[in-house]
Every structure is written in C-alpha cells, then in structure tokens.
Design a protein around this ligand. Structure first.
Ligand code: COA
Length: 180
C-alpha cells in the first residue's frame, strides 16, 4: 500500500468515544413485548460506525459484527445507552467495542444488557480499504481491551483462512469428480 494523504497521526481511544441514548418505544417491541434485538443492534452498529469514523477521519463500513451478547431484556419505556470506542486497529481495519445499558427512567436503575465487537474498514474515495491511524490505549482498561482485541483479530483471521482453504479443497474435489 502506497503512503497517502490520510492523516495517520496516532489518536487516543478517547478521541473515538461515542455515546448514543434512545428511548425504547412501542415500535421497538418484539412479540414478547420487550425491545427487539434488531433495534438494539442497529443502535450498536450506528454508535460503532461513528466511533470508527471519528478515529479514521473518513468513511468506514462494517465488515463484521461478532460476540453480540444480550445479557438482560430491555423493557419498552426504558432508555438504552450505547457506548462505543475503538479498541485496536490493524492496517485498514478498526475493532470497536460497544457496551449497552438500559435505564429505568423512573427509578434510575441501570442494567448492563449487552456488549458487542465490530470491525470496520476505512475506505478511500474509490471504495478501497485505506490505512488508519494507530490508536493509543492510555488507561489500564483501554490497554486490556486492546490486548483482547488482538486475540479476537487473530481468531477472526484464522477462521477466515480456514474457511477459504476448506472452500478451495471442496472446489478441487468437485473438479476432480467431474466426468471427463
Ligand atoms: C470492507 C471491504 C471493502 C473489505 O474488502 P476486502 O476485500 O475484504 O479487503 P481486504 O481483504 O483488503 O481487508 C481489509 C481489512 O478488513 C479486514 N477484514 C476483511 N474481512 C474481515 C472479516 N470477515 N472480519 C474481520 N476483518 C475482516 C482485513 O483483515 C483487513 O484488515 P487490516 O487491513 O487491518 O489487516 C468489503 O468487504 C466490503 O465492501 N464489504 C461490505 C461492507 C458493507 O457494505 N457494510 C455494510 C454497510 S456499512
């Protein structure tokens, strides 16, 4: 990849922090009468995307979302607070960690209802992956998240490689079994 016009000055994790707050309304309900997982996932993707864009200073798209956990139900009438920040970066990709909390606005009780890790890729004006700035993890928590992000990155890349090799092997076997 050639050096570019992009500003690749390292940025602290704090520069990418995003908080979104939304009231869960009737239109967010599923058949069980609680907030639909898809409503929460959309908020998670939006917050994470904003964090990625803030970090890289340009367009970024979701390439994967994994480890989305729903730890407790979110009731209609609760507010949902979604916090996102960049955990670690590769060359063109950024892992964003997201924490979801619900709040009963009458009692003030807050519950950790979910977490997710998403990978975004920064794109240039032609839609091709382009380099992103390094991220500086300043606090012990940020440093732990960065180390864990590196473990997840290795797992994702190994998984992608294993699937690719499996498909290539199946394609070769299918070719070999074709009648002459
Ligand atoms: C994002 C996109 C351009 C990347 O294309 P690609 O051919 O996979 O590009 P590369 O192989 O060069 O990979 C680019 C980066 O993505 C990472 N990546 C690719 N596939 C990945 C996956 N499944 N999970 C995690 N990271 C992945 C690579 O590791 C690489 O990161 P690095 O440069 O930090 O090492 C392409 O996958 C795409 O257009 N996806 C659709 C995006 C979209 O429409 N999102 C929904 C709306 S926002």
């Amino acid at each position: 990849m050639t050096p570019t016009k992009w500003d690749l000055t390292p940025k602290p994790v704090s520069a990418s922090q995003v908080t979104l707050v939304q009231l869960m309304e009737i239109t967010d309900a599923n058949v069980a009468g609680i907030a639909h997982g898809g409503s929460i996932m959309k908020l998670v993707d939006t917050a994470a995307g904003l964090a990625a864009i803030k970090h890289c200073g340009g367009l970024a798209v979701t390439v994967s979302m994994d480890s989305m956990s729903f730890l407790a139900p979110v009731r209609i009438g609760d507010t949902v607070t979604v916090r996102a920040s960049v955990n670690d970066v590769g060359e063109t990709s950024m892992e964003v960690g997201v924490r979801v909390e619900a709040e009963n606005v009458i009692t003030g009780e807050r519950t950790h209802t979910g977490s997710a890790y998403l990978v975004f890729v920064a794109l240039d004006e032609t839609g091709k992956p382009r380099p992103v700035p390094p991220v500086i993890a300043e606090t012990p928590t940020q440093q732990r998240r960065q180390r864990e992000a590196k473990i997840r990155r290795e797992t994702r890349l190994a998984h992608k490689q294993a699937i690719r090799e499996h498909r290539e092997r199946v394609a070769r076997e299918e070719q070999g079994s074709e009648p002459a």
